[in-house]
Design a binder for this molecule. Sequence first.
Ligand code: NDP
Length: 296
Amino acid sequence: MDSETQTKASVIDGKAFAADLRAEVAEGVAAFVARTGRKPGLAVVLVGEDPASQVYVRNKHKSTVEAGMNSFEHRLPADTAQEDLLALVAQLNDDPAVDGILVQLPLPAGLDENAVIQAIDPDKDVDGFTTASAGRLLTGLPGFVACTPLGCLMLLKDRLGDLSGKSAVVIGRSNIVGKPMAQLLLRESCTVTIAHSRTADLPSVVRGADIVVAAVGRPEMVKGDWLKPGATVIDVGINRVPAENGKTKLVGDVDFASASAVAGAITPVPGGVGPMTIACLLYNTLDAARRREGVD
Ligand code: NDP
């Protein structure tokens, strides 16, 4: 049997979903502008010259402008002092034209990442990384949810509808993906297990799950024979590995070939979760602007 006839899972098209979401946000932005007379604004702070961060910031700027919002870019040198960075965050917190603030991570060595993130006004924390945002999610208060797990949840709800009562395993417990993902699934009344590097017999844990979210950072770790037949698999991983042609390619944390023969639905890498992250950043920024203006 060739790999095409073996494939049973339907492939979740995150790229198409993200394009629809961005179009919806753009419509919402147009309505917001008509109502308030101003554009929502996203401020992005980039410190230093990290090449990957420069690409991310460029993409965020382009997408923000395409959605009809103002994009305020602040590029600072790598040797920026902590107090100068904190002063910029304070200025953006006070700026009425700024609805969302994103500080691109990682920050150069010598800067206290946590102190900078915590300085962001929680009502402008469109990345959802402050402890205030994490606490709001945990306690069920309205707030901003980190963009990647929010995107994963949207894909799951689109595919499965009501998630209530489903058994979900989240592999990974980082503050930016695993933990908020688990909280979101709990909020949807899933029965949630959080697995990590110390989990005993991970394949058996995963085998009990209707929903598997892999956010590990280990190329193709989750195999098809770990999965419950028909499970929905969301692959957050982005790993660059050597390709046959001597170049490199991107793979996820899930072994797509074997997993797609068992799963009911699965996200590809690339083209699955990745495109959702920026789309959700735009979604959160519009949400922030609406909340600040008291607009529905
Ligand atoms: P972290 O490195 O912060 O966390 C990885 C988690 O995986 C940890 O909780 C770790 O456990 C767990 N882990 C590591 N090895 C194993 C193992 N062998 N078995 C089980 N669990 C293990 O990563 P992130 O959460 O930041 O990112 C995860 C992946 O998602 C990466 O590939 C990253 O590139 C990608 N990513 C993709 C995004 C997107 O837009 N699509 C956005 C953000 C991340 P422990 O806590 O015990 O160490």
